[in-house]
Write a new protein. Structure first.
Lengths: 253, 284
């Protein structure tokens, strides 16, 4: 690790954060789709969905937050792709900086941007009647899970941004991730789904993460869900990080 | 101490038998040249001749398949970090951050070069490149010439001893081209070694102390302009009616402030100082 790693990462994070500050539409569009989904599910479909809980918005919010993150990281891939296309990337690579700082700048920016989007979505959910009596520790656990999920998907986005050939390709990889929560316990209990779909829904990462967050917010015992959720996040993060770094090394050598 | 003096006696750039292929395409087939310290060296060649590949190898962005190269006495393959400390690269497509202002671009590079007082460095360079007034605007709003000037200004930060300019004037209009030429000349006066690639003969003629022609993967000629001229058949004297070139017409019409049609030298270049001032004025 270069002696300037932290300084360079801070400078480059500042750079891409100022990009976001100057076009805050990327944060707003990230938040708009999940909010629209939340409105539709709560006020249109919600009445017909039997979740066994009193408040559907409470039931729905964890899944909506994951959708927010999945659509937010598309911008990370997009911004990285644009840097790679322009000469600025080569300029950075020909300078005496810590080389991985270029990626970390985008990763930390992604984390900040997604957290801002999440806060916006949670505020809207509060207006729609979302309530939680969860304590500080439970909220910290929720935040921790969301941060891990964001980092895991962000490193996936880095792979996409590094290897995409077109702008569309750089963001298209996020579509399946956005739809993954639909085939999980995010909107409806998995018990209503037919056999194979139910099996998939119950064994894919989103369900365990959604269940863990939901239980934490509802002050229910979380059981093993939180560890399964964490294992998924760490596993995806480790693999995505490894692949992204080796893609990057191949790109710059 | 002794290594330092050895280093300063070495040529700024030494390229020995460099080869590079992209899949089956054998772009460089044994390129060799040296660039003396403080000189301007032009690498001339047509599109696709491999000029950019040479620059990328020298600036540690690409690895050569064979051969060796050193910049400022450091081997590009084994001492890449030291090479990066010694160089600046201005690529073919102006490498500025369009979302940031001109000043922020300069501050960014100064920070990444770990210099003190990035703000003052930025302000000095803005003044030197006649960009002070535009410094607070997003680089996306700059004209091609301004953008390239900003790009070159970014390359000067930290005073690297060697600067690579990859086709610095491609896509620029005549006025902007002369602005860039002036900037490059100023650089070399300050003792910086400049390697520039170009496909324009007149650009090499205007700027370079030494010109090398890269053709089909090899340097086929490497000499001063005067020596290169001797390669040509002896001059014949012909009397030809001088028609104004399109460039003459352009400068006559655009002119210097209000003085439309003032005399320009026949080759359309003219006294470069006035031109650059005009151009800076036109940008505002």
């Amino acid at each position: 690790m270069s002696k300037h790693f932290f300084g360079d990462t801070a400078v480059l994070t500042g750079r891409s954060l100022s990009h976001i500050m100057r076009s805050p539409d990327t944060i707003i569009t990230t938040a708009v789709t999940p909010i629209a989904l939340m409105l539709m599910f709560v006020y249109v479909f919600g009445g017909a969905i039997e979740t066994g809980t009193s408040s559907y918005v409470n039931y729905l919010l964890p899944g909506i937050l994951l959708i927010t993150i999945a659509s937010g990281i598309a911008y990370t891939a997009y911004r990285l792709f644009l840097d790679m296309q322009g000469g600025i990337f080569e300029r950075f690579q020909s300078m005496p900086i810590a080389r991985s700082a270029v990626l970390w700048g985008h990763v930390l920016t992604s984390l900040v941007a997604n957290l801002v989007s999440i806060v916006i979505v949670v505020l809207v959910a509060l207006l729609m009647g979302f309530r939680s009596g969860a304590g500080v520790l439970a909220w910290l656990a929720v935040a921790g899970l969301l941060v891990m999920f964001t980092l895991a998907l962000t490193w996936l986005a880095v792979i996409a941004g590094l290897s995409a050939k077109t702008v569309d390709g750089a963001s298209a990889f996020s579509y399946p991730l956005i739809f993954l929560p639909f085939v999980s316990s995010a909107f409806v209990p998995t018990e209503t789904m037919p056999g194979p779909v139910r099996w998939f829904a119950e064994n894919q990462p989103v369900t365990s993460i959604v269940d863990a967050i939901r239980d934490l917010l509802a002050q229910q015992p979380v059981g093993s869900d939180v560890w399964v959720a964490l294992a998924w996040c760490v596993g995806i993060l480790a693999i995505a990080f490894g692949v992204a770094m080796s893609t990057y090394r191949r790109k710059i050598s | 101490m002794s290594t330092h003096t050895e280093r300063s006696r070495e040529p700024a750039i030494r390229v020995q038998n460099i080869e590079k292929s992209y899949k089956e395409l054998h772009v460089l087939k044994g390129v060799e040249f040296e660039v003396a310290r403080g000189s301007i060296f032009a690498l001339l060649g047509s599109n696709g001749a491999g000029k950019t590949t040479v620059v990328k190898i020298l600036s540690t962005l690409l690895k050569a398949d064979a051969g060796s190269a050193s910049v400022n006495g450091f081997d590009v393959a084994t001492q890449a970090g030291d090479v990066r400390e010694s160089i600046s690269l201005t690529g073919q497509f102006a490498a500025v951050d369009e979302v940031l202002t001109g000043r922020e671009n300069l501050v960014l590079v100064a920070r990444l070069r770990h210099l003190n007082n990035p703000g003052r460095i930025a302000d000095d360079l803005l003044a030197r490149f006649s960009l002070t007034e535009a410094g607070g605007r997003k680089a996306a709003t700059y004209s091609g010439g301004m953008r390239r000037r900003l790009d070159i200004a970014m390359s000067l930060i930290g005073n690297p001893p060697v600067i690579f300019l990859d086709e610095p004037t491609t896509g620029l209009d005549p006025e902007a081209r002369i602005e860039v030429w002036d900037a490059v000349k100023e650089l070399a006066q300050g003792g910086t070694t400049v390697l520039l690639t170009t496909q324009y003969l007149d650009e090499a003629e205007q700027l370079a102390d030494r010109i090398a022609i890269l053709h089909q993967g090899r340097i086929i000629v490497n000499d001063t302009l005067a020596e290169l001229r001797k390669l040509l058949p002896p001059a014949e004297i012909e009397y030809v009616e001088k028609q104004p070139s399109l460039e003459d017409v352009f400068f006559a019409v655009v002119g210097s402030d209000g003085a439309v049609g003032t005399s320009r030298t026949a080759n359309g270049v003219g006294p470069s100082n006035t031109t650059s001032n005009d151009a800076a004025g036109a940008d505002k």
